[in-house]
Design a protein around this ligand. Structure first.
Ligand code: PNS
Length: 158
């Protein structure tokens, strides 16, 4: 059985993330979406909110489960019995950071590899921070995030 882990902050999940999850779920038998709980960052959504939003928007995909983790990703991947990390690549600007992260993870745990899915062109400019910025100033985010979470994002800025 092939397994992969798709880690991220998902603050909030975007349509770009969802596209990567759907495509990873077609490629691997099981995909663990792993939400980082990072106490040194002040996220917009708590880790439990991010997990429950992801559960909701992936409920149509049978072979996806959503968990959260703290600390090193490679340790969590091992706990889950996974040795493939999935990441999305939007543009060349992502490449340096992603390469550094993949190589660091490989140095920490040589049996773990990272595979990249190129983001759909229509989402190549999209990020959670852009969504937060637009929502903060009352702009429309319906093209960027799954329908079920639109009001949750606006609610954070009320
Ligand atoms: O969505 P993001 O914020 O780009 O995701 C980054 C994430 C969560 C994948 C990365 O920060 C991470 O894996 N953090 C856990 C700590 C870790 O393992 N660091 C070593 C690899 S650089």
């Amino acid at each position: 059985m092939t397994k992969a882990i798709y880690p991220g902050s998902f603050d909030p999940v975007t349509l770009g993330h969802l596209s990567i999850i759907e495509r990873a779920a077609e490629t691997f038998d099981e995909v663990v979406v792993a939400v980082l709980k990072n106490d040194s960052k002040q996220p917009l959504f708590s880790v439990s909110e991010r997990v429950s939003m992801l559960e909701k928007v992936t409920s149509h995909i049978e072979n996806v489960k959503v968990l959260h983790f703290e600390g090193l990703l490679v340790n969590f991947a091992k706990e889950c019995g996974v040795n493939t990390i999935v990441r999305g690549l939007r543009a060349i600007t992502d490449f340096e950071y992603e390469l550094q992260m993949a190589q660091t993870n490989k140095a920490l745990s040589p049996d773990i590899d990272t595979v990249f899915f190129t983001t759909d062109v229509e989402y190549s400019y999209l990020s959670s921070s852009t969504v937060r910025e637009i929502a903060k100033f009352g702009g429309e985010i319906d093209k960027f995030v799954p329908k079920s979470i639109i009001s949750k994002v606006y609610d954070k800025y009320k």
